[in-house]
Design a protein around this ligand. Structure first.
Ligand code: SF4
Ligand code: SF4
Length: 420
């Protein structure tokens, strides 16, 4: 089950001290939902044994998640981290945490930093500080400062919704000025509980977020999701190629749920991914204590899941869509959580990605040039196919080569083209 996984989401609790309106867990209080050390240990042992058995030497990342993972007592968290560190001497392991920051204190910070834990901060920016009644901007600032004072690189995860979408630019400027924050991962909110007051439209998201990051691609700040879709666009048009069938964690036609990403609930149930609001027969792969004969039950669930996605993609007609190579295809777990079945929120996803594709087409040269200049007149573009030829007759490539009198070469080792 864990042979192909690159990420294990450890839902160490479902409990949370915040009240985010968009949270897919719905209720915020799950006081009895804490993962026992026994469950944690069973999982880690299974992962390690499988990696050794199948000789998989790639890094696997364990991410402490929730709910709010810092609600876990420091002694328990420390024991879990130490256990992972010990196993890290046997197989390559990375550790991360996704936290809302509010409970971070010197003790937790020292535990996390001394063990090189990657920080993902859930922070929705100015205008969305109302995720908690008591935790306000000045409180966030104090915690961000604690982390930045230690020189720790962090990525800010922002869920874009009606309350914060109009303050994105202000937030970016504020955080840059105050803390030199540059790295973001912005996600559009998916309304799981029919709370229409929080969802933004695809068009609005494009105008206020995607377009802003594309237009400012030469600036210091960046959104990893926009970077990724620009990369996918150029891979398609410059190599007549695509990562159409490439399976990544999220943002691809067949996302990695159940294969690349596997999630464990506090009670030991193993789910396809961490974004389901509830556990059901459909999304639960097994329990950590189940002994599975040849993983047959797991495999049939994975095949069934892929089949359902295939049917959805056929129904929505993604295979003939102009934006299919940059689209993120929505999140199946969110759709399932809202409607009780798999599908794509076409009213949001299709609007967003079709407009984005058109904009990238219309501004292709401008973006390519900005990327080239930002990178000191050097640009690397990865080819997804194996050494496929660059489409150097493409107008944007010709223009760049002629204007800057540059050459391009192909690096076989990294499977990328380099303009310089
Ligand atoms: S179900 Fe959603 S969150 Fe999970 S891997 Fe797929 S796209 Fe990502
Ligand atoms: S924009 Fe819509 S139709 Fe096109 S690939 Fe994405 S989900 Fe499919």
């Amino acid at each position: 089950m864990f042979q192909k996984a690159n990420m294990i989401v450890l839902k160490v609790t479902r409990d949370c001290n915040f009240k985010c309106k968009y949270c897919y867990l719905g209720d915020y209080k799950y006081p009895d939902s804490y993962m026992s050390f026994e469950t944690f240990q069973l999982l880690v042992n299974k992962v390690v044994n499988e990696r050794i058995k199948y000789q998989n030497k790639s890094v696997i990342k364990f991410v402490f998640h929730g709910g709010e993972p810092l609600l876990t007592k420091i002694e328990d968290l420390s024991k879990m981290i130490q256990y992972l560190k010990d196993k890290g001497k046997i197989i390559p392991i990375d550790i991360g945490i996704q936290t809302n920051l509010s409970l971070l204190n010197e003790e937790y910070l020292s535990l996390l930093t001394s063990n090189n834990i990657d920080f993902g901060l859930s922070y929705d920016g100015l205008g969305n500080e109302g995720r908690s009644d008591t935790f306000k901007r000045k409180d966030y600032d104090k915690k961000i400062k604690m982390i930045y004072d230690k020189g720790i690189p962090v990525s800010f995860l922002m869920v874009i919704n009606k309350n914060n979408i109009n303050k994105i630019k202000k937030t970016i400027k504020y955080l840059y000025k105050k803390f030199k924050v540059t790295d973001y991962k912005m996600n559009y909110v998916i309304d799981i509980f029919g709370n229409q007051s929080i969802e933004v439209t695809g068009k609005e998201y494009f105008n206020k977020v995607t377009k802003y990051f594309i237009d400012n691609i030469d600036k210091k700040f960046n959104d990893s999701n926009v970077n990724h879709l620009i990369e996918k666009y150029f891979t398609e048009v410059l190599f007549k190629d695509s990562d159409f069938f490439n399976r990544e964690n999220c943002s691809t036609m067949f996302c990695g749920a159940g294969l690349n990403i596997i999630e464990i609930e506090p009670n030991g149930n193993i789910l396809f991914c961490g974004r389901y609001s509830k556990e059901t027969e459909d999304n639960t792969l097994c329990h950590i204590k189940d002994s599975q004969f040849l993983d047959l039950n797991y495999q049939s669930k994975i095949i069934n899941y892929a089949y359902k996605k295939h049917e959805i993609i056929k129904k929505v007609k993604c295979d003939i869509c102009i934006a299919k190579n940059i689209c993120d295809f929505g999140c199946m777990a969110f759709h399932y959580s809202r409607y009780g079945e798999y599908g794509i929120q076409t009213y949001l996803v299709c609007d967003l990605f079709k407009i984005t594709y058109k904009y990238l087409q219309d501004n292709e040269y401008k973006i390519l040039e900005k990327l080239f200049l930002k990178n000191n007149k050097r640009l690397k573009i990865k080819s997804q196919g194996n050494g496929r030829r660059l489409n150097h007759n493409r107008f944007s490539v010709k223009k760049l080569i002629n204007k800057y009198k540059i050459n391009f070469g192909y690096s076989k080792n990294n499977n990328e083209f380099i303009f310089e």
